[in-house]
Design a protein around this ligand. Structure first.
Ligand code: C5P
Length: 228
């Protein structure tokens, strides 16, 4: 590991989308590229942390110096995250599917003349909330993300309370900032860090710069903190 302000710290990051199977050849997914989560994993490793990146299916390369665990579904992601506990800091950047098909077909669905099948959906586990609300072995710092189009900070504050995490990185996906900023798959992001201490709005910047700044913040927050 590199030597830096996160030396000796264990950091976990989730990234990318999840894929929820419909049948053996079809799935429900979303447009998450994994760029922001992968950049955070990389930045934490560059500051010396021992980093595990739990990633859904993405087409970008693995960040250097990071242990990558690949998963497909939300339930696999939760199991992989729980298997890595305890960690000092956990950053939940993945765009986890809210729902999965209750009974994914074991055989490929066929057009049998009886009309389109209905997909009964059930809720997926909330990975961030599950970890943030742990009674034992909770990470010292739990960070969530929130993509909002309006009332960004107000919604992020509500999410902070609902999920039980320490910080919410709220990103404005309203497309009112710089062109390309906050768009899923884009290279730039405009974020605000919302915590019990208040709100800090960062200017529009590259996702790699958001990642570096966030990793530095995490290092400061963890400084001198011990397991409790
Ligand atoms: O509730 P919402 O999806 O808006 O919250 C987003 C935050 O919660 C992100 O940090 C995301 O990674 C996390 N999340 C999760 N598991 C879910 C849904 C969201 O970890 N099932």
């Amino acid at each position: 590991h590199k030597v830096g302000p996160l030396s000796g710290k264990r950091v976990l990051v989730t990234s990318g989308p999840t894929h929820e199977p419909i049948d053996p050849v079809r799935y429900i997914a979303n447009r998450s590229s994994g760029k922001q989560g992968h950049a955070i994993a990389r930045a934490a490793a560059e500051l010396g942390a021992e980093v595990t990146l739990v990633s859904g299916p993405v087409s970008i390369p693995d960040p250097p110096g990071v242990t990558v665990v690949r998963v497909e579904t939300a339930r696999e992601m939760l199991a992989a995250v729980e298997a890595r506990m305890p960690v000092d800091a956990a950053v939940f950047c993945a765009a986890v599917a809210d729902w999965r098909v209750a009974q994914a077909g074991e055989e490929k669905l066929k057009k049998d003349g009886s009309g389109p099948p209905s997909l009964g959906l059930v809720e997926n586990p909330d990975i961030l909330a599950t970890i943030a609300r742990r009674k034992e072995g909770r990470p010292i710092l739990v960070v969530g993300f929130a993509a909002e189009t309006e009332k960004v900070v107000e919604h992020a504050k509500a999410k902070l309370a609902r999920k039980g995490c320490d910080w919410i990185v709220a990103n404005d996906v309203s497309h009112t900032g710089e062109p390309g900023s906050g768009v899923m798959g884009g290279d730039r992001n405009t974020v605000a860090i919302v915590s019990a201490q208040g709100v800090e709005s960062w200017p529009d910047m590259d996702k790699s710069d958001v990642a570096r700044k966030l990793a530095e913040r995490i290092a400061t927050a963890l400084k001198d903190k011990q397991w409790v």
